[in-house]
Design a protein around this ligand. Structure first.
Ligand code: 4AD
Ligand code: MG
Length: 437
């Protein structure tokens, strides 16, 4: 056993590297048995690694009887190491086939692979630990990683510094109703809903900051857009206005679309998705205009309400590219939003809305930077000022006008790939009814 564990698992190629130029070469691959069939003295295995699939063929007349027997015995999802010659074969699914010379089972799978072709969604997510390896799920996770990479690259190019905020916190950012409490040495702590307040402290040294961190919301509603745990990309900019932050948001969203379109061609083909890179600047409409639009579309909405899902969807359906709705009512927004000095009943805030019925991608805006004004809003919203003492104190020591936003990584992934449910955008989704596996 010891000797076996010390052996090499080297491979010469990933599947994606096999092309016409590898024809005739002997290559070694490591991966999994995706599919298998036997036909006329040939065993065909659809071999899978992280980069794709390729057909592997073992001919009874060309391989040793023990190699043929090993291929005959191997079960679906076993991990294997295979060496063979690359040949062009139009009949193979990718036009290339590997003619086996050696075939090794690294770990033999139980013959009862539980994920049948017609398995329902609930079952697939009960078996998420197995379902994750399917080519579509692998492609989604690779694109999620590229969204993160694109965001890092783009924000770095705009001079932002990445920060690493706490996840255990003592107060709400987005309302107490959606806080997850936990015991904390005889007291209570909460899981962070947003790192915004900490970003606002960090900008007095770093000026432009961003982060990608988990956020938590104890939201009972079950929609195709909400999770109880999501990865939150947040950015905050000092010496800045609401207009400045909308500029950051639209450039970032465009950069992400462009990066995914350029760098994820293989995954997009597999998922049958086309990415449209939106043009700059994105349209800006006011909350008042959006309300008017909703009324025209036959909805009963009154000024001051936050839009429900149906109304937001109907408004979004009127657009073909992402757009901002700005100037949300002060009564409908969190305590930190800066009221418009010319019209205090609305805030200098906006949501970036994805078009064609999708809805909210980001929320952002300018923050109150004056401590008296902030105290007033904290009291109006019946929050406890002592929970925000440090956040108020920041305003006593030279905090300039500043603005920021937050965007769920899973939200933008669902939008880009047109996924039918946000759980598909998660490695292991967390919703009110799912905490396992
Ligand atoms: O709109 P939200 O609640 O705004 C904030 O948290 C601000 N403090 C952010 C900031 O200004 N720094 O959340 C921001 C974004 C939403 O637009 C959405 O993309 C995502 O986070 N989001 C969720 N994604 C999945 N599931 C949920 N329950 C989400 N709640 C928010
Ligand atoms: Mg929001």
């Amino acid at each position: 056993m010891k000797g076996k564990l010390l052996r090499t698992f080297e491979k010469s190629h990933y599947v994606v590297e096999l092309d016409d130029s590898s024809t005739g070469k002997s290559v070694t691959l490591t991966g999994w048995v995706h599919r298998k069939r036997e036909h006329g003295g040939v065993i065909f295995i659809t071999f899978r690694d992280s980069t794709g699939i390729v057909q592997v063929a073992g001919h009874r007349s060309e391989v040793s009887s023990s190699t043929f027997e090993t291929m005959h015995q191997v079960t679906l999802e076993s991990s294997i190491r295979v060496t063979g010659k690359v040949v062009v074969d139009k009949r193979a699914p990718t036009g290339i086939e590997l003619h086996v010379s050696s075939f090794e089972v690294v770990s033999l799978a139980d013959p009862e692979w539980p994920l049948e072709k017609d398995a329902g969604d609930a079952f697939l997510y009960d078996k998420r630990h197995l379902y994750l390896r399917s080519p579509s799920q692998t492609a989604i996770m690779q694109i999620k990683a590229e969204i993160s990479r694109a965001a890092h690259k783009h924000l770095d190019s705009e001079g932002f510094t990445e920060i690493f905020p706490p996840i255990l916190v003592s107060a709400s950012v987005e309302g107490g109703a959606t806080l997850f409490p936990l015991k904390y040495f005889g007291g209570t702590a909460y899981l962070s809903q947003s790192a915004q307040l900490y970003e606002e402290a960090a900008i007095c040294g770093l000026e432009k900051v961003y982060l990608i961190a988990p956020s938590f919301r104890a939201e009972k509603h079950r929609t195709r857009r909400h999770l109880t745990e999501f990865w939150h990309l947040e950015a905050e900019l000092t010496f800045a206005t609401h207009d400045d932050i909308m500029g950051v948001e639209e450039r970032l969203v465009r950069a992400i679309c462009k990066h995914i379109k350029d760098k994820c061609k293989r995954q997009l083909t597999l998922l049958d998705v086309k990415i449209k890179v939106p043009r700059l600047p994105f349209k800006r409409i006011t909350y008042d205009e959006a309300i008017e639009m909703a009324v025209q579309l036959g909805f009963k909405v009154s000024w001051g309400e936050d839009f429900g899902r149906e109304v937001e969807r109907a408004i979004s359906q009127q657009f073909k590219e992402p757009f901002f709705i700005k100037g949300y009512p002060t009564i409908a927004r969190s305590f930190y939003h800066l009221p418009d000095p010319d019209r205090p009943e609305v805030t200098l805030s906006s949501d970036l809305i994805a078009p064609s019925g999708f809805g909210e991608l980001t929320s952002g805006g300018q923050r109150i930077h004056d401590s008296d004004q902030l105290m007033e809003r904290i009291k109006e919203q019946a929050l406890d000022p002592s929970s925000y003492s440090w956040y108020l104190e920041l305003r006593e020591f030279g905090l300039p006008p500043h603005a920021g936003f937050g965007m769920g990584l899973e939200r933008i992934l669902v939008w880009l790939l047109d996924l039918k449910h946000i759980r598909e955008a998660c490695l292991f989704p967390r919703t009110p009814s799912r905490i396992r596996p």
